[in-house]
Every structure is written in structure tokens, then in C-alpha cells.
Design a protein around this ligand. Structure first.
Ligand SMILES: Cc1cc2nc3c(=O)[nH]c(=O)nc-3n(C[C@H](O)[C@H](O)[C@H](O)COP(=O)(O)OP(=O)(O)OC[C@H]3O[C@@H](n4cnc5c(N)ncnc54)[C@H](O)[C@@H]3O)c2cc1C
Length: 550
């Protein structure tokens, strides 16, 4: 076997999963190569909010936040709904705590607790906590990166707000009257201090370069090399020359290629979505599934697709990002707005996206159809003036072509093709709830996470204000995937890939969204996707190094 080059560990993909494995491997003395087929580094992770959900850690303890594993475990157990592997589920908290300690104390990542941010399902689910379990990177000055690296790492193409405001700054503005995020944003942009997923990616790349990791964008792994049943390397194609190289991985290959958002057959088959939009980069094409098929590993749907973290959102006609049409996710719940189905009825707690998403996908046995889909975000002109829909800021015209409008709700129902009587009676009932701040139908405003994200704390009831000011608008919603899939490769606690026959595939590992959510199960809490990437990237490299006796 002849090789063009040799490393100990090859990480395929440069999101949080690939970079966490690279950092761990290099720290343990291995030579590491990270390959990414996109021309920028960081994956979907870098355009995410960058939240991590490890449960209680040394960081929450240092903040004096009271929490315990027994509560956090009860929360995880409930969300799993019996779908996760009990061993993986029960070791998640301790393993995450170890991984976070390693990345802060040994690698030097500066993580912080997002204060006052409750678990998604607090206080509805037993064991949920009012704060302390979310972490994020502190603002990272990209000026620290050597050479051209600052321009080679992804920041969000959906607006600077995603990459230059911390969760702490946002929550503090919402709950404590802290500095407005617009001011914070300008300061961070000026200093190129990256936050959220972009900050995490920049900090990880910085630490990886310091440890001699070789990071190569625009290089696609097109095949795995198998010798005697063991994965010993990859075939990689250079985007600029289309030539391929055989690269040896002495200890192992880690698949960290994310989900399969840009592969419509997989989205339809595994996520049960037809014509879904997505908010990821164009290279999230399920390559881990096709690559690992060669060695007998088959995709494992870890939980019901109805509970996958799929958002609702909207599409701006003609908006192209990275050469492809794109969608924008909607965090619903701003005052002066609600969400209805074609009967004009609200159907969910529309201040909390997981409830909207799960119920939008509800299949009705009696009607043999999706009773709540299509759905519309309906709002009045107050909404446009005070909150609006990105990329439009408050008071600006709505992005062109996304909404229909009318001076009356009845007229709006007609142009949107929503049942008019249904919409009028929904608006009347909703406006009534706005007086009391109590949604007697769907508990809008009852989950603080949702209220913090979109509520207006200058109002007596932050998630409520009437639809009263003409014109009225309706935006037809889309289902939007964000790189969090239903299916992935089955792996064990070391991140080793398990074949359909139930054997570990020697030398092959997977992490992040490439690894099935067997540890977690059904329900989702923000921060779990990024945390799993970090955790099993770390575990995989530790395992490779240990096996090799390095
Ligand atoms: C707007 C938004 C906000 C989000 N916020 C959060 C959050 O706060 N917390 C959270 O936990 N999750 C969040 N998510 C989801 C989360 O970002 C993803 O689930 C996570 O980033 C996946 O990480 P990963 O390492 O598995 O893969 P990714 O970060 O998706 O990286 C995969 C990489 O693999 C590369 N690749 C693919 N195929 C190949 C190949 N054949 N050869 C070489 N390279 C390849 C891709 O180019 C890509 O760079 C958010 C997502 C979005 C869109």
C-alpha cells in the first residue's frame, strides 16, 4: 500500500466534532489532519448559536449555581422517552463534565455559563433547571489567529447578530435591562471578537494550530481505505485540482461530516419531510452514511422524526447563500403575532418552537393528512414596527415577497387562503388572552426559555400583545432543518462505529451529527448537538491514542 502522506488521526469535517477530536488527539501527542470539503472551516457549528449543554459542570459550580446530577439525569431520562441506550444515557453527564474540564483546563478554551438561561422544558419537566446547564465560549478575538486564518473560518452568513453577540449579553438585555445587543454587536464586530458558534470555531482552530494540527479546507473525503477489515486511511479529493490523494491514518479516521440536510432523499426518508428548507452550508450531504456503508455500517434512526429539532422558518424569494437557495429559521412568540393552520386555528404554544414544530408535523389518523400544515405566521403592523423578520430590522419594510397583507383580517384570510371565520375568531380569542397574559388554550408564555428568546419585557405580559394595527400580514411557513438529524451512524461510548452485524469497525469513529443520538433519545434541548460533537470527538481521540499505547 503506498500513501501520499501519513498522520495518526484523520478528522473528516471541521465542525465542533472534528475540531474537538483534533484538539484532543494533538494534545495527547498524535499527529492530526483535519479535512473539510467546504472552502471555509467550522461547519454548521460555526454558524450556530454555539451553545453547549453538558448539564452541571465545574463552571456552574464556580458560579454558585445549585444543581445536581440526579435532577439533570431525571430531565435527560424524561426527554429520552425510552429511546436512548441506557448505558450511554446514564454516562452522559459524567462524561460531559470530564470533557468540559479537559477543554477548559487542559486545552484552554474559555467557556462560560449562560446565566439565567433555563432548560428548554423548565419548569414543565421534572429535573429541569432554571439556569446553569448551558455553556458558551467567551468572545474570542479573531486577531489572535495567525496569518490568513481569520478569513478562513466561518461566521454566520445570516447576519452578524449570530456571530458577534453572546448568549449572556442577549439574556442580560432581556431580563436585566442590560446593554442593548445592537451596541454590543457593534463593539464586537469592530474588534472582530467572535462569539457563539463562530467564536467556538475560531478558538478551537487557534488551539489546534498551536498544537500543530494540519487543517485543510476544500478537500473532500471520497472513500475510506480498508485493509484486513480495518480502516487505515482515506482517499481525499482536492477541490482545486480534482486530483485524489491516499492519506494514511495510523490510529483511526473520525467521521464528523454533520447531518444530511442537502440530501433530499435522506431528509424525506429519515426526517419524514418533503420539500424541507435548510439553514446549513451546502456540504452537509450525509457523506458519513455513504462512506461507512462500505464497511457494513447502516444509518440508525435514533428517535421518532417528529421529535427531531426541526424548526419552522421562511424563505426570502431569490435569497442565495453559498450558491444555493436558503431559508431562515423563525423563533416564534413575538407579541402581535401568532401561528395558525389553514382552518385559521392556533394549534401549539406558539412562543416555543419545539411545540410548534412537533405539532406542525402531526399526522392525523382520521383525515390521513397533516392537520396543522401548511401553517402561517400572522401578525399586524405593530410587529413590523417593533420586531420584524430578519434580515429586516424593526421599522424597515418586510423582506420582499415573503408575506401577503390586507387592511383587514378577513381580507388577509382570503389572500392567504386561510379560513376567514376561523382566523377572526382566533384573533378575538388571542387578543383576549393578551389582557390577562394567560393562554388558556396552549400555554403560550409558560416556558421561560421561549419567552426569553422572543418576548418583549417592556410589556406587562412579554409574549402577548394584540393584533390590532392594520395592515395585517401572513407569512407561509416552511419546515427548516438546521443540521440536527434523526439518523446517524451507530456508535459506542468511545465513538467507535458499530456495523449492522453489531461489531466495532476497527479504526472508524463518528461524532456530532454523524453519530446517531443513541445517548440522548427523543426530545431535544439546545446545546446537545454541539456538546455531543465535542464529547465523542474527545472520547474517540482518547480511545485511538490509548489503543495505540501512545
Ligand atoms: C442557526 C443555527 C443555530 C444552532 N444553534 C445551536 C446551538 O446553539 N447549540 C447546538 O448544540 N446546536 C446548534 N445548532 C445545530 C448545530 O450547530 C449542529 O448540530 C452541529 O454544528 C453539528 O456539528 P458537527 O460537528 O456534527 O458537524 P458540522 O458542524 O455540520 O460540520 C460538518 C463538516 O463536515 C464537512 N464535510 C461534509 N462531508 C465531508 C467530506 N466528505 N469530506 C470532508 N468534509 C466534509 C462539512 O463541510 C462541514 O464543515 C444550530 C444550527 C443552526 C443552523
Amino acid at each position: 500500500m503506498s500513501w501520499d502522506s501519513e498522520y495518526d488521526i484523520i478528522c473528516v469535517g471541521s465542525g465542533v466534532g472534528g475540531l474537538s477530536a483534533a484538539l484532543t488527539g494533538a494534545q495527547q501527542g498524535a499527529s492530526v489532519l483535519v479535512l473539510d470539503k467546504f472552502h471555509l472551516i467550522g461547519g454548521v457549528s460555526a454558524l450556530s448559536s454555539g451553545q453547549l449543554w453538558p448539564g452541571p459542570t465545574h463552571l456552574s459550580k464556580a458560579e454558585g449555581i445549585e444543581d445536581n446530577d440526579s435532577d439533570a439525569q431525571a430531565y435527560i431520562n424524561h426527554l429520552s422517552q425510552g429511546f436512548s441506550d441506557p448505558d450511554l444515557r446514564e454516562s452522559y453527564l459524567a462524561q460531559c463534565r470530564g470533557a468540559i474540564k479537559y477543554f477548559t483546563d487542559t486545552i484552554g478554551l474559555e467557556l462560560q455559563v449562560i446565566k439565567d438561561l433555563p432548560d428548554y422544558y423548565y419548569p414543565a419537566v421534572k429535573g429541569s433547571a432554571p439556569q446553569g446547564r448551558f455553556l458558551e465560549i467567551k468572545p474570542f478575538p479573531a486577531t489572535k489567529l495567525p496569518g490568513e486564518w481569520a478569513s478562513k473560518i466561518l461566521t454566520s452568513p445570516y447576519g452578524d447578530g449570530f456571530s458577534y453577540v453572546t448568549g449572556n449579553e442577549f439574556v442580560s438585555m432581556q431580563l436585566k435591562g442590560g446593554e442593548h445587543v445592537g451596541t454590543v454587536l457593534q463593539r464586537h464586530v469592530k474588534a472582530d471578537e467572535r462569539t457563539s458558534g463562530a467564536g467556538l470555531a475560531a478558538a478551537q482552530v487557534y488551539a489546534a494550530l498551536q498544537r500543530g494540527v494540519k487543517i485543510q479546507p476544500s478537500t473532500e473525503v471520497v472513500d475510506l481505505v480498508v485493509e484486513g477489515g480495518r480502516i487505515t486511511g482515506v482517499i481525499a479529493r482536492d477541490a482545486s485540482s480534482s486530483s485524489t490523494k491516499r492519506i494514511r491514518a495510523r490510529l483511526g479516521v473520525l467521521l464528523a461530516t454533520g447531518g444530511y440536510d442537502l440530501q433530499p432523499n435522506m431528509v424525506r426518508g429519515f426526517d419524514n419531510l418533503i420539500n424541507a428548507g435548510n439553514m446549513t452550508i451546502p456540504t452537509i450531504t450525509g457523506d458519513h452514511l455513504t462512506l461507512a456503508a462500505k464497511v457494513g455500517a447502516v444509518p440508525y434512526p435514533a428517535h421518532p422524526s417528529a421529535l427531531t429539532a426541526i424548526f419552522v422558518g421562511y424563505q426570502i424569494p431569490g435569497e442565495i447563500i453559498y450558491g444555493k437557495p436558503t431559508w431562515r429559521l423563525l423563533l416564534p412568540g413575538a407579541p402581535h403575532s401568532f401561528i395558525v393552520n389553514s382552518r385559521g386555528n392556533r394549534f401549539a404554544n406558539d412562543s416555543f418552537y419545539p411545540d410548534v414544530s412537533a405539532k406542525a408535523g402531526r399526522y392525523d389518523g382520521q383525515e390521513q393528512g397533516l392537520v396543522n400544515w401548511p401553517a402561517w405566521l400572522v401578525f399586524d403592523h405593530n410587529f413590523v414596527e417593533k420586531y420584524n423578520l430578519l434580515p429586516a430590522y424593526p421599522g424597515q419594510p418586510l423582506p420582499q415577497g415573503i408575506a401577503v397583507s390586507s387592511d383587514t383580517l378577513r381580507g388577509l384570510a382570503e389572500v392567504a387562503e386561510i379560513d376567514a371565520d376561523g382566523l377572526l375568531s382566533t384573533a378575538e380569542r388571542f387578543n383576549g388572552f393578551c389582557k390577562t397574559g394567560v393562554d388558556e388554550d396552549f400555554g403560550r408564555g409558560s416556558l421561560p426559555w421561549g419567552t426569553i428568546m422572543t418576548g418583549d419585557y417592556s410589556l406587562p405580559h412579554p409574549s402577548f400583545a394584540e393584533l390590532a394595527k392594520a395592515p395585517f400580514y401572513a407569512v407561509k411557513l416552511h419546515r427548516v432543518t438546521v443540521g440536527v438529524p434523526t439518523a446517524g451512524l451507530p456508535t459506542n461510548g468511545d465513538g467507535s462505529v458499530i456495523s449492522a452485524a453489531g461489531h466495532v469497525v476497527p479504526g472508524l469513529y463518528a461524532t456530532g451529527n454523524s453519530a446517531a443520538y443513541r445517548d440522548w433519545g427523543a426530545g431535544y434541548n439546545s446545546g446537545v448537538a454541539n456538546m455531543r460533537g465535542m464529547l465523542y470527538g474527545y472520547k474517540a481521540s482518547l480511545h485511538m491514542v490509548k489503543e495505540a499505547g501512545l
